[in-house]
Ligand binder design. Structure first.
Ligand code: ZN
Length: 257
């Protein structure tokens, strides 16, 4: 059975320093693709380096909203532009807005500038995006509407916000990621219940830690088969059918057909 992880922080030292061991383990389990999301420029470079080593790793480039604490310099913008010129398969992420974990309102204008900068890049270069919407879901919905990015290239990562905005995202036919938190009884399960199967992708957000059956587990692509089992139960389909649907969703998201 093949599976993918659409959002995993591979540049983090935990993965990066033992990537050969991890990739061997995950590929043996059936991993066909992992998007290596990045939180800043140096992580973006690491993700690209990892792609050059493993074609299954699709590099994500971006600045996480937690790191968007000052104005973008022209130098930084140029560096991200240059990365795109290299013509590699790329995803924009992790980026977005966060008004939940980031309470200091003085950072919100920098988050907004950074979010818009990367949305413009995605629009111009027709790149898939991996958006963090925490605590700013409505603003994310409004902002996305002002860019000409096809719905099949938009992934809302780990949605846990208000249901009316979730409904909006579903109506717009965006992709929504399903995260291991559903295995621990989180309200994120609402996303799986409400979204169509054609709108979901799976992710670990590794190396975030989850509590599952009373145990602390480090997120990694190895958790995705468990998420798929839960999707089978919730949507009352067998694993082969779920695996095929997720595979074709992945291809649509990455502009592969
Ligand atoms: Zn993340």
């Amino acid at each position: 059975m093949k599976f993918h992880d659409i959002h995993c922080h591979l540049p983090d030292n935990y993965f990066y320093k033992q990537i050969d061991m991890f990739m061997q383990e995950w590929k043996n389990m059936g991993l066909e693709c992992v998007v290596s999301v990045s939180s800043n420029l140096s992580e973006s470079l690491r993700s690209i380096e990892l792609h050059k080593k493993y074609e299954e790793i699709i590099p994500g480039i971006g600045i996480h909203p937690w790191s968007a604490k000052k104005s973008l310099t022209d130098e930084l913008k140029n560096k991200f532009n240059q990365l795109i010129q290299e013509n590699l398969p790329l995803v924009i992420g992790e980026f977005g807005l966060d008004h939940h974990f980031i309470k200091k309102e003085e950072y919100y204008s920098h988050q907004d500038e950074t979010f818009r900068f990367f949305l413009s890049l995605a629009e111009k270069h027709e790149l898939p995006i991996n958006v963090h919407p925490k605590g700013a879901e409505e603003l994310v919905a409004e902002t996305l509407e002002t860019y000409n990015i096809p719905s099949h290239n938009i992934l809302i990562h780990w949605y846990s916000g208000p249901e009316n905005i979730l409904k909006k995202f579903i109506e717009r036919d965006y992709f929504l990621s399903i995260n291991p938190s559903i295995l621990g009884g989180s309200k994120h399960i609402v996303v799986l219940i409400q979204a169509e199967l054609s709108q979901i992708l799976t992710e670990s957000d590794g190396n975030v830690k989850y509590t599952i059956d009373g145990e602390r587990i480090i997120g990694s692509p190895a958790l995705v088969p468990k998420i798929m089992k839960k999707i089978c139960e919730e949507k009352e389909k067998d694993i082969l059918e779920i695996s095929n649907i997720l595979h074709s969703n992945l291809r649509r998201y990455l502009n592969l057909g």
